[in-house]
Write a protein that binds this ligand. Structure first.
Ligand code: COA
Length: 250
């Protein structure tokens, strides 16, 4: 259980807040494990009908902790909590509402493709910087992005161009842009609406909307295989070290 993830019940809604603001809510292995536990709880407890996921300190998340990438490069990819988290998220039955403000980088962007409803403030900034880090896309983003936006747009987004809340809304990745002060309440209200719907029909409909689950899981595994290989490469290790060094030289 990580102290950097806050989990609260709000009636039938499980509220998950990434709570490591001094590191822009970058996700550690322990945080992923806690998120997995929360997803398991939501799917097994019939009193929970929806999840809201948000970040604290004015940002969503800066993605995977880059220090963890450096220290875990020798581990087997299958053991990575990040991969277990992604696989678990991809087969979650409970609907998820994301409330995004500030940076949503790496898995901060890719996880929203798995969410049902996404609300963002004008401060939201999305980016998938995998290639710049010597990595490849993850969390099924190489499956979703070309399918949703076409090959050329994928050539921008999956190769690292940042996009703001307006563009995310235009692309359909964000349902609505809401004010900073309204965000949490707005997302919570939408989650309560989902939680009030018939649970089994909602889960079945989510599956239909999301399409071929086996194909998605196969792509997630293929991405993970490549991700693991590239993570050990000199270009990735140098990029991680450069990022960690930047903090020290400030
Ligand atoms: N992993 C580990 N630490 C991270 C982090 C990450 N993904 N993202 C931010 N941090 C840390 C910084 O090292 C810094 O720590 P410090 O105060 O001890 O030096 C702190 O969080 C604040 O980040 P900082 O870079 O100073 O904030 P910023 O507002 O200038 O920039 C970002 C915010 C998100 C644009 C920038 O931190 C960034 O690019 N992070 C890396 C994102 C990334 O590549 N994620 C991995 C994707 S696979």
């Amino acid at each position: 259980m990580s102290d950097f993830v806050k989990i609260e019940r709000n009636g039938a809604v499980l509220s998950i807040t990434l709570n490591r603001p001094d590191k822009k809510n970058a996700l550690t292995g322990a945080m992923y494990e806690t998120l997995i536990e929360a997803f398991n709880e939501a799917d097994t407890d019939s009193a929970i009908g929806a999840i809201v996921i948000a970040g604290s300190g004015g940002c969503f998340t800066a993605g995977n902790d880059i220090g963890d990438f450096l220290s875990n490069a020798g581990s087997e990819m299958d053991q990575f909590p990040a991969l277990k988290f992604i696989r678990r998220l991809a087969i979650l039955d409970t609907p998820v509402v994301a409330a995004v403000q500030g940076v949503a980088v790496g898995v901060g962007t890719t996880m929203i493709f798995h969410c049902d409803l996404v609300y963002a403030t004008h401060s939201a900034m999305f980016r998938m910087p995998f290639v710049d880090l010597g990595l490849v896309p993850e969390a099924g983003s190489s499956f979703f992005v070309p399918q949703l936006f076409g090959l050329q747009k994928a050539g921008e987004l999956l190769l690292g161009d940042a996009f703001n809340a307006e563009e995310a809304h235009r692309l359909g990745v964000v349902n609505a842009i809401v004010g900073e002060h309204e965000l949490q309440g707005f997302a919570m209200e939408r989650a309560h609406r989902l939680a009030a719907k018939p649970r089994n029909a909602l889960a079945a409909t989510r599956r239909l909307i999301r399409g071929d689950r086996d194909a998605l899981l196969a792509r997630i595994d293929e991405e993970a295989r490549l991700f693991g290989r590239h993570m050990r490469s000199a270009e990735a290790q140098n990029a991680f070290a450069a990022f960690m060094q930047k903090g020290k030289s400030k």
